[in-house]
Design a protein around this ligand. Structure first.
Ligand code: UD1
Ligand code: UDP
Length: 349
């Protein structure tokens, strides 16, 4: 039987793997490794229980550190596991340091890598994720692309043979029921609030940008709901920006997946620098304002389902006033997870 070793470590990877792993386990052995990059209950455990993810077979507990230190801990933790398990293929998701570490260890041991979310580029080399994406794609043997643009990008980089799968996150969004009682428990009315998430290094670690964001969000009309990433919560406190938040801004601890989808689906608009959140909100037909200068999900911007607004308070306000954007309904011809699992069997059985 084919043996697949999956590496996860950060919130969006638990969510993506929860779509593919159950399908994979029907006809293959899966070994699941959690690097421990995310470790708070609200950033990790909650997704395993809520989304019915199998518990990891290995947990590296690497925790937080600088990029080099964190990745180094992952490399030395993963190598003996890959050697002991000798999988037919290593399955990786997205663009985190956990993805990069899995790709490097597999490549050095000449174990094939399959990469879900291949071919995305922001063309901003200062973004840690851009390095992770490029390295992973260039050592991968099977490249699963969410969009046709991602396939074309890989071809431009001299990597042929990528497979168009669609986005596994779209698959999950469409199958997630909303929590009807959530809005009332938060005293929110549908379409009467904006939902915000911020966690990108370029936004959190630049005090000027973070201050601009705080100002811009505080000036928005109506209620603002902001489930806050621990990284951003720490920075707001360190930079003494909590007192600058307007009274309309409500900070929440990170919420579970079903709560998040419910909040996205009923928002008047979603302001975010998250890859996954911009994708999900667009899939739900909600206007998306991307708090960055560029996005790797260019298909959303090109099709008018999202707009790039950066972090300037005036630009944020103007963009929100101009909404609504192009109405959109998501259709999936085939389930991305089905295409991925079928391809793995075809190549590594
Ligand atoms: C990481 C990924 C990013 C992804 C994001 C998803 C990299 C380089 N970045 O960014 O691509 O979009 O995850 O959320 O891999 N922290 C906690 N508790 C936790 C996890 C993190 O307090 O459970 C705090 C720590 O202070 C840590 C900081 O958040 O230093 C950043 O965490 P880290 O995993 O390094 O990067 P993210 O910003 O979460
Ligand atoms: N998410 C969540 N609770 C939150 C914030 C995000 O469940 O409080 C989910 C969101 O719905 C999406 C994923 O986490 O599925 C996105 O993760 P994140 O924004 O951390 O990372 P990115 O997608 O930018 O890599």
């Amino acid at each position: 039987m084919m043996k697949v070793l999956t590496v996860v470590g950060a919130r969006p990877q638990f969510i993506k793997a929860s779509v593919v792993s159950p399908r994979l386990r029907h006809g293959a052995d899966e070994v699941l490794v959690h690097t421990g990059q995310h470790y708070d209950v609200s950033m990790s455990d909650v997704f395993f229980s809520e989304l019915g993810m199998p518990q990891p077979d290995y947990h590296l507990n690497v925790g937080s550190a600088s990029h080099g230190e964190q990745t180094a801990r992952m490399l030395s933790g993963l190598e003996p596991i890959f050697m002991r398990e000798a999988p037919d293929v290593v399955l990786l998701y997205g663009d985190t340091n956990s993805t990069l570490a899995g790709a490097l260890v597999a490549a050095k041991l000449t174990i094939p890598v399959a990469h879900v979310e291949a071919g995305l580029r922001s063309f901003n080399r200062a973004m840690p994720e851009e390095t992770n994406r490029i390295v992973t794609d260039h050592v991968a043997s099977r490249l699963y692309c969410p969009t046709p643009g991602a396939i074309r990008q890989l071809e431009r980089e001299g990597i042929p043979g990528a497979l168009l799968t669609g986005d596994v996150m779209d698959e999950l969004v469409l199958n997630t029921p909303w929590r009807r009682d959530l809005l009332s428990s938060l005293q929110l009315e549908p379409r009467q609030y904006y939902l915000v998430t911020i966690h990108r290094q370029e936004n959190t670690d630049d005090p000027g940008r973070l201050k601009n964001l705080v100002e811009g969000l505080s000036a928005l009309p109506g209620h603002i709901v902001w489930p806050i990433h621990p990284r951003t919560a720490k920075r707001l406190e360190e930079d003494h920006l909590l007192g600058h938040l307007g009274s309309s801004v409500r900070l929440l601890d990170p919420v579970g997946y079903q709560d998040m989808i419910t909040l996205e689906a009923h928002a008047q608009g979603v302001l975010t620098d998250s890859g996954g959140v911009q994708r999900e909100a667009a899939a739900l037909g909600v206007p998306v304002f991307v708090l960055r200068n560029e996005t790797e999900w260019t298909d959303l911007v090109d099709s008018g389902r999202a707009v790039l607004v950066g972090t300037d308070p005036g630009q944020i306000l103007d963009a929100v006033r101009m909404a609504p954007m192009t109405p959109y309904t998501l259709h999936l011809d085939r389930r991305p997870s089905e295409i991925i699992v079928e391809d793995l069997h075809q190549h590594y059985e």
